[in-house]
Design a protein around this ligand. Structure first.
Ligand SMILES: *Cc1c(COP(=O)(O)O)cnc(C)c1O
Length: 351
């Protein structure tokens, strides 16, 4: 039996929380959504939260609330998923991909001027649980959306606050750290921004008409997500423990994403960095023969500058990362036997 690259862990408590909502007679957005929003306000030390239907919807609504329109140029890391392009395009804005840092895979603040001149906004993705250089990006005068879709539960370095950010988005898609099948959330320190998001997510029975949409989360999803949120610390510890075991088994010559074992890190993905593509591909085959699924986290064709037909030479770091990176299975649902299987496979790999 192949060890899958990802597998959600839904416990008896999570099921019971969902059952309670199903039995209550209220399954649309209601008390469970409000409770989940309260949980995020607590976690981030204040501010306001707005639960929505997906991470992509959260990105779009955050841009919308900031006032992004047809003239707005938005810097996005090129080494990221196309959700970013879709959110910017839905606002009518102009996405400008930016190269990333070779060690953390997050947006390179020093590439902002050359790759994204004229951008007022930036979406900073905390890649695979790392922390993006939010403060440096802010220092360039840009408004930053802190994309925490892959870093829920990463404890910030700065001030004990959520990466020192003012506006964050989260995703609860099936493969994320915590899941409701689908789901998203916007957290903001600014009441006006939060109010704009809350106003936009629901259109029914409103006194005035302005364009709005249905971007709501159901109480069924919120109950499932809220139940997992109670385990966030345990999830972080478990993922770190598995990462430590993999790290110890890593053969010389293979590297990992920087900051992987930082104390507060949520290890969303365990990313191996090989010296070159042939070795990366050979590692992938070796794992497959040992019945271990792995993925190339971002393929070359998925790089956002490629989708937009931009010059590859302007994004040298991202162009290299797609050849050298491989993501191994790491999630709390892995059994001890499965972890040992991965550890043994790593130990047996010869570069
Ligand atoms: C998953 C993800 C999204 C999109 O979230 P969905 O809930 O799938 O719409 C956006 N940004 C990043 C970094 C993600 O990992």
């Amino acid at each position: 039996m192949m060890i899958p690259h990802n597998r959600p862990l839904i416990t008896a408590e999570d099921r019971a929380a969902v059952d309670e909502v199903l039995a209550s007679g209220w399954i649309a957005q209601g008390e469970a959504v409000a409770a989940l929003e309260g949980e995020f306000v607590r976690m981030n030390g204040g501010g306001y939260a707005c639960a929505v239907s997906s991470g992509t919807a959260a990105l779009y609504m955050a841009l919308n609330a900031l006032g992004a329109d047809r003239r707005t140029v938005v810097a996005v890391p090129t080494y990221a998923c196309s959700a970013l392009l879709n959110a910017v395009n839905l606002c009518g804005g102009i996405p400008r991909p930016v190269d990333v840092l070779p060690d953390s895979f997050c947006l390179d603040p020093e590439a902002l001027e050359s790759n994204a001149p004229g951008s007022r906004f930036a979406i900073a993705v905390n890649a695979f649980g790392a922390q993006a250089e939010i403060a440096s990006i802010k220092a360039t005068g840009r408004s930053v959306i802190d994309d925490c879709c892959q870093s829920l539960g990463t404890r910030p370095r700065e001030n004990g606050r959520a990466t020192g950010s003012a506006l964050s988005v989260y995703s609860f898609y099936a493969t994320k750290i915590i899941t409701g099948g689908q789901g998203g959330l916007i957290w903001s320190r600014d009441p006006d921004c939060a109010r704009a998001c809350i106003d936009y997510r629901q259109f029914d029975c409103r006194e005035n008409y302005v364009p709005r949409f249905n971007f709501q989360m159901t109480d069924i999803q919120a109950a499932m997500i809220g139940s997992q949120m109670k385990r966030l610390d345990a999830i972080r510890e478990r993922r770190q423990k598995i990462a430590a075991a993999y790290l110890e088994a890593m053969p010389n010559g293979l590297m990992v994403q920087s900051g992987l074992m930082d104390g507060g890190r949520m290890v969303y993905r365990f990313i191996v960095v090989a010296p070159n593509r042939p070795i990366r591909d050979r590692l992938r085959q070796h794992l497959e023969l040992r019945e271990i699924a792995s993925i190339v986290p971002v393929e070359r064709y998925e790089l956002l500058h490629r989708y937009l037909g931009l010059e590859a030479a302007d994004f040298p770091v991202a162009e290299r990362l797609v050849d050298t990176t491989l993501s191994l299975p790491i999630y709390p649902g892995l059994s001890e036997t499965e972890i040992e299987q991965v550890v043994q496979a790593l130990k047996d790999f010869r570069i």
